[in-house]
Each structure stands twice: as structure tokens, then as C-alpha cells.
Design a protein around this ligand. Sequence first.
Ligand SMILES: NC(=O)c1ccc[n+]([C@@H]2O[C@H](COP(=O)([O-])OP(=O)(O)OC[C@H]3O[C@@H](n4cnc5c(N)ncnc54)[C@H](OP(=O)(O)O)[C@@H]3O)[C@@H](O)[C@H]2O)c1
Length: 293
Amino acid sequence: MVKISASLPTYMKAVVCKDYDGTPQSLAAADFSVPRLRSGQVLIKLAATSIGPADLMFLKGQYGITKPLPVVPGFEGSGTVIASGGGWMGHWLVGKRVACLAAEDGHGTWAEYMVTSTDICIPLSKHISFEQGAYLTINPMTACALVEIARTGGHLAFAQTAAASTLGVMIARLAKRFQLTGIHIVRRPEQVQKLKSLGCEHVFDSNDASFQKRLAEACDKFKASIAFDAVGGELTRRLASAMPPKSRIVVMARSRVNRARSTRRISSSTMTNSKGFGFLNGLKGRGSSKNCF
Ligand SMILES: NC(=O)c1ccc[n+]([C@@H]2O[C@H](COP(=O)([O-])OP(=O)(O)OC[C@H]3O[C@@H](n4cnc5c(N)ncnc54)[C@H](OP(=O)(O)O)[C@@H]3O)[C@@H](O)[C@H]2O)c1
């Protein structure tokens, strides 16, 4: 039963994507109908939203999810729940400040209001600002999930690509708490400095001539049997050939190679709102990367 309130808005200001070509012309600020609430959903008055790599890929139609156009983009944000479409969880959330994700089949967070599923809303404590809440879901949850996978899988060390990214830094910090050794791969000298200044000891620039040799030595020395790869393609191949036999690579990139050759996919909708991780299991190890793809 939809909770009806005379004060609920019918129209909102929103950023609207009209085409998946990634041009500035494909985006416009517009008056847009506030989506209708269904049972299990809530209406959120948004306070803050974020722009991440997933959003930018979505705008170009490269994320693996396309929604009917025109669509309001934006995967995550924060705000206050102002109405419930029914169900105990929705009613409980009304009036609460939440971090939230856009529903896979619904409009996103670059708007004044969003309708989304109750199970992708996280109530915020008063100590968390809306700005912090708008970044609380995708990257932090992904970092927690990946470190948990490494810990519960009994891995002593891990490697990660794009290690100077927001996600990479979160993984590095969290892993330290659990005494997991990190091998961090970046692509620029400034990124090496950045990670070293954060206390990361093993940082390698993939553009260095000695990269492959040093990476293999480090993976061997620290028994890095799991990797988190946000880049894909050739770098995944180099990573795979540097790791010990029977290692595992969690692929977060959407390259053609990874889509085609991942051996298994799991859904991670509460973490990423959309795509799952791809797994490359049971690598044969150095010099045998063709076994992975
Ligand atoms: N569950 C999931 O699947 C999941 C969840 C969260 C994030 N991610 C992915 O994780 C990555 C990082 O996300 P973020 O929000 O932390 O991004 P971010 O802070 O914007 O950082 C992006 C990083 O990726 C690096 N990079 C981009 N293209 C690269 C390439 N071709 N080779 C090597 N490095 C490259 C950039 O280096 P430069 O500065 O040199 O360009 C930068 O350090 C993204 O690919 C994102 O889609 C996946």
C-alpha cells in the first residue's frame, strides 16, 4: 500500500542523459517526473551525490548496464527518505538520513529526488555528513569485500592494479589493519610517491623497464596468491604471469578480454549497484598467462 502524502513532489530538477555517446550535448538539466513508488521502495530527497568512473562509463554506454533513455544518471548518493511505497523496511526508513544506490532498473542520483529499493539504503549515523554518505557505498563496500575475500581465502598477500585510485588507497589502508601484505601497481612516478607516503612499501610502476621482473619477485617473496584488477587487458596478462600457480585474480575492469574469458561471475549488487566481479581462478602461474584467458 503506497503511503500517499499531498506534499510529495511530482516534478524535480534532474540531470538527464539523452544518448549514450558521452558528449556534453547528451546531458541536460531538465524538469523530470518524479518516479512512482512501488512496494519495497522509498522516495529520497537527495542531498549529495558523487561522480565516479562507473558513472562516466555509464554515460558512454560502456558500463555493461544501459537503461531506457532518457535517464537520470548517478549510481550513488545520500539524502533523507521522505516516503515509503510500502513494506516494514520502507516505513522504518521514512525520516531517516541514508546513503543510497540507484536501482538497476531505475533513475539515478543526479536529481533532487530518487526512488530506490529499500535494501540499497544504508541509514547514516549523525556523525556521517551527507557528503561522506554520498561516497559510502561503492568504493568502501568494494574495499571491504575484497579484503574480506583475501582474508577468508587464507591469502597472505595480494596485488592490486590502479592502486593509487580512491578504491586502491582504501584497500591498502584496510589490508594493513589485517596484516595483509600489499603489492601495489600504478602507472606514474607521482603515484609511487603517493602510496609510499601512505606507508605502502611495495609499489611498482608498470611503465618501468624492470616492472615485470620486480613484480614477479615480489609476488613470489610474499606469496601473493590473489589480485584485484581494476584495469584489465594487457595488465591482467602481466599480472597473471607474475603470480604463483593457482592464484586468483578478481577482475573489476570491463575490458573485452575480461568479459569474454572470466570463468565465473558473481552478483555484487549491494556493493556496486550493477556489475559483478569477474574471477580468474587457478592460474597456472608465470609464463603461462594464456591459460587464464
Ligand atoms: N565492484 C566493482 O567492480 C568496482 C567498485 C568500485 C570501483 N571499481 C573500479 O575500480 C577502479 C577505481 O575506481 P575509483 O573510484 O577508485 O577511481 P579513481 O579514484 O578515479 O581512480 C582511477 C585510477 O585508475 C587509474 N587508471 C585509469 N586507467 C588506467 C589504465 N588504463 N591503466 C592503469 N591505471 C589506470 C588512474 O590513473 P591515472 O591517474 O594515471 O589516470 C587512477 O589512479 C575503476 O576502474 C572502477 O570502475 C570497481
